[in-house]
Design a protein around this ligand. Structure first.
Ligand code: SF4
Length: 210
């Protein structure tokens, strides 16, 4: 795919959704961190249902720790892998209090040291809480990047690095959300909705569902 076509794709995404953001509900970097950790292998909808109640009771590292493991487990038990996630969140809260003044750190290196926080989660936090032009490649972005030909790659890291290199600078910050939303609602895994896709004339996928 050439750079003119890539630019046109993101120009169209921007035209229909000028200010894209995450579907996770949050009011602070800490709430976003909790929500993103909980969202691994779970839907944003299920996370929002749990965090709406959780954040009313506990939306700081100190308050989450005060819930204790049993209390936190109970608050997030509707979410998959909740036992592991509760353990990781409590350990993360301890580290935030001890090493970061109860704040979410703003560097990838520090974020990735937090239990339950990998490269993808760090990218979401850096992008969405701190405005950096990172791209967290999840299953949706991986599929869209490969199908369309925007940034084909065999691994999520390969796709991430290609996207960062080939997306025009002015679109880089929002590209993360546009690609996720496109993969979640239009370029879906089983039967992509090519007939209503706004980039179907630019996409290089050979088996379009038109
Ligand atoms: S044309 Fe189809 S395969 Fe290509 S991006 Fe759109 S929905 Fe996905």
């Amino acid at each position: 795919m050439n750079s003119t076509i890539r630019r046109e794709i993101f120009t169209r995404f921007q035209a229909v959704n000028p200010h894209p953001t995450t579907e996770l509900e949050y009011d602070s970097p800490f709430e976003l961190l909790v929500a993103v950790v909980l969202s691994a292998q779970a839907t944003d909808k299920s996370v929002n249902l749990a965090t709406r109640k959780l954040f009313l009771k506990a939306n700081t590292p100190e308050k989450i720790l005060a819930l204790g493991e049993a209390g936190l487990r109970d608050a997030i038990k509707s979410i998959g892998l909740y036992k592991t996630k509760a353990k990781n969140l409590l350990a993360t809260c301890t580290l935030l209090i001890e090493d970061h003044g109860s704040k979410v750190p703003q560097t990838r290196e520090q974020l990735e040291k937090l239990p339950g926080v990998g490269r993808k989660t760090a990218n979401v936090i850096l992008n969405t809480a701190f405005g950096e032009p990172t791209i967290a490649v999840d299953t949706h972005i991986f599929r869209v990047a490969n199908r369309t030909g925007i940034a084909p790659g065999k691994t999520v890291l390969e796709v991430e690095l290609k996207l960062l290199k080939c997306i025009p600078r002015e679109f880089r910050h929002d590209a993360h959300h546009w690609l996720i939303l496109h993969g979640r609602y239009v370029c879906v895994a089983r039967k992509p909705k090519c007939a209503i896709c706004i980039i179907n004339d630019l996409c290089e996928y050979k088996d379009k569902n038109l």
